[in-house]
Design a protein around this ligand. Structure first.
Ligand code: IMP
Ligand code: MG
Length: 192
């Protein structure tokens, strides 16, 4: 097979890697084990908040040794900028009947807490047996609502990150690691 041309590899757009591919994979095995133990003998409905959680959920559910039903909820809260510009809005709802079911709601990152707090309330109205939340990343950022996740992959500093499902303008989701973009590639350029 010919070697791919390396000149527009998106990995080169990272200034710094915060969580490596191998660290992510090792942590997924631990999280999957913990979730399996916590729900042993039961069936789980995993609800992925997409697009951001798509890669994380795909890998994590393969580490869960339990029957799993999978559904997605699509939320829009960011446009092309690196800061939230609006309240999260559900643009495609859950189709599974969650009444009496144990639900694990999964997102890529916990930042202001608005997304998970709003979706948790929406799912509670569907009368599940229980609801817990899981995020790959917990950002050390001021929460605009009081919220903490039940399962956390990694705690990270308050920086804008991409990769492993997280995007900037829908790009970089395919990176196998989590990193910070070079400042000149961000719009607006300054993020602190
Ligand atoms: P929250 O509602 O502020 O907690 O933010 C959650 C959503 O914001 C996530 O589902 C992400 O889509 C997005 N988000 C927050 N921080 C980042 C980031 O650093 N990079 C990319 N997306 C982010
Ligand atoms: Mg996003």
């Amino acid at each position: 097979m010919p070697e791919p041309i390396e000149e527009n590899n998106p990995l080169d757009d990272l200034e710094k890697i915060l969580v490596s591919e191998s660290d992510i994979q090792a942590r997924l095995a631990e999280l999957g084990h913990q979730i399996t133990c916590d729900y042993v003998g039961r069936e789980l409905a995993v609800i992925a908040i997409i697009n951001g959680a798509i890669i994380f959920v795909a890998d994590l559910i393969r580490q869960i040794r339990l029957p799993v039903q999978l559904d997605c909820i699509r939320v829009a809260s960011y446009r092309d900028e690196t800061r939230p510009v609006q309240q999260p809005e559900i643009i495609d709802r859950v189709r599974l009947d969650l009444q009496g079911i144990d639900v694990l709601l999964i997102d890529d990152i916990l930042d202001t807490g608005q997304t998970l707090s709003m979706i948790t309330k929406t799912i509670e109205k569907m009368e599940p047996a229980s609801i817990k939340t899981c995020v790959l990343l917990d950002k050390d950022a001021p929460r605009s609502v009081d919220f903490s996740a039940d399962y956390v992959g990694f705690k990270i500093p308050d920086a804008f990150v991409v990769g492993y499902g997280l995007d900037f303008a829908e790009r970089y989701r395919q990176l196998p690691c989590i990193g910070m973009l070079k400042p000149e590639l961000q719009n607006p350029p300054a993020w602190n």
